[in-house]
Design a protein around this ligand. Sequence first.
Ligand SMILES: Cc1cc2nc3c(=O)[nH]c(=O)nc-3n(C[C@H](O)[C@H](O)[C@H](O)COP(=O)(O)OP(=O)(O)OC[C@H]3O[C@@H](n4cnc5c(N)ncnc54)[C@H](O)[C@@H]3O)c2cc1C
Length: 433
Amino acid sequence: MKNNYDVVIVGTGAGGCFTALHFPEDKNILMVTKSELEESDSFLAQGGICVLKDKDDFESFLEDTLKAGHYKNSEDAVKLMINSSRNIINELIDFGVDFTNKDGELLYTREGAHSKPRILYHKDVTGKEITEKLLKKARERKNITILTKIMMVDIISENNICGGVVLKDEQGKIFPVYSEYTVLATGGLGGIYENSTNFPHLTGDALGIAIKNDIKLKDISYIQIHPTTLYSEKHERKFLISESVRGEGAFLYDKEYNRFADELIPRDKLTKKILEQMEKDGTNHVWLDMRPVIKKGIDIKKRFPNIVKKCLEEGYDVEKECIPVVPAQHYFMGGIEVDLNSRTSMKNLYAVGETSCNGVHGANRLASNSLLETLVFGKRAAEDVCSQKNESVLEKFEFNEKKYKDTDKLIREYKEIIFEEIEKDKIQKEKNL
Ligand SMILES: Cc1cc2nc3c(=O)[nH]c(=O)nc-3n(C[C@H](O)[C@H](O)[C@H](O)COP(=O)(O)OP(=O)(O)OC[C@H]3O[C@@H](n4cnc5c(N)ncnc54)[C@H](O)[C@@H]3O)c2cc1C
């Protein structure tokens, strides 16, 4: 393996892959993931990906996103995302992504807090379909090297300029990889929580590294709890019951099987209602009934095959009975502060996807906006890098191996400082209210 690349991208989810695919083939790119390629949250996205369905939907798409985000969003970022959405979808289709359609006409679905159906999907495994196709393309490119089971433990930097990353392989060997540009595409932080829909290895490492290296963060206390994950007593990743299930007509019930909430209000509000209901009922879950979806004439085995299968594996036949659901940590709206070109506050360092914060989501993400945001701003990161004059600074950086004698301790420290920063941000926001 070389120790010098034009670009290092940390993370092989949708964000990392789409960024990599937007570099010309004369750029040498290294992509690393701390786990297997299939183990990124991008693979888990069920519901779909938003798109501006037609010009007339612009204002309502904007308003839905801002309203869900409690108007804490960056309006410029949201507008940019919406305006870029159709091109991004066309690119995905060119990459071979197969969105569900009827006789060639794309089908659109709806999720909570969307005033119209504007979400494209592939059954209930949209993220897998997109990310598999992107990974396939990335593997075909001769200029892209992809390594698995390699963990970034730090970045290399001096005088607020980034010059690469410090990596750790499966055998525990620590080594530097120098790069002109570095892109952090490390996803969310669900792994630091007890109950989360995220892969447990997604522990927000890039955030800990950012805090240690004085890189600016933004809104890091904005953490989304998903209202409906399958209730289980097992200590494992919580299985998401996509919002599109409610979008297609499923009902929520209390312990007496009475409806207690409008199922399509924004996620944060519905989560609050469910938690209040659980408290009132003295239960550790509420019920979700998918049978009203069947009554509407929808074949749920075709529309939600993955959810139907998983529920059966857990002992619930959704065609005959309700399933127990409970809120769990799901998404991270805050992150490493970036501008509209995904530049962080450190020179030559970019952040894209869930680990970054460009302000699109405000205080609460609108369903199915995250894959879109990840792709739009990943592409912009690559284009921004390519627009810059290449002044190599790599010879300036030194690597001090001694700092990384105990990386387990370092990772534990990252987790602690992330929670500290979340608390600080929370207190700051309460003061500003
Ligand atoms: C269950 C579930 C359902 C979802 N459904 C939808 C949906 O329907 N629509 C939608 O728009 N969004 C959805 N989302 C959100 C969306 O999937 C994610 O926000 C998005 O895919 C994030 O992409 P990413 O590339 O930023 O991160 P990820 O896809 O999570 O990739 C992160 C990558 O970084 C790697 N990594 C992390 N830390 C390190 C490190 N220290 N060193 C090396 N590698 C590292 C990981 O191994 C991984 O490869 C869902 C999320 C979940 C969990």
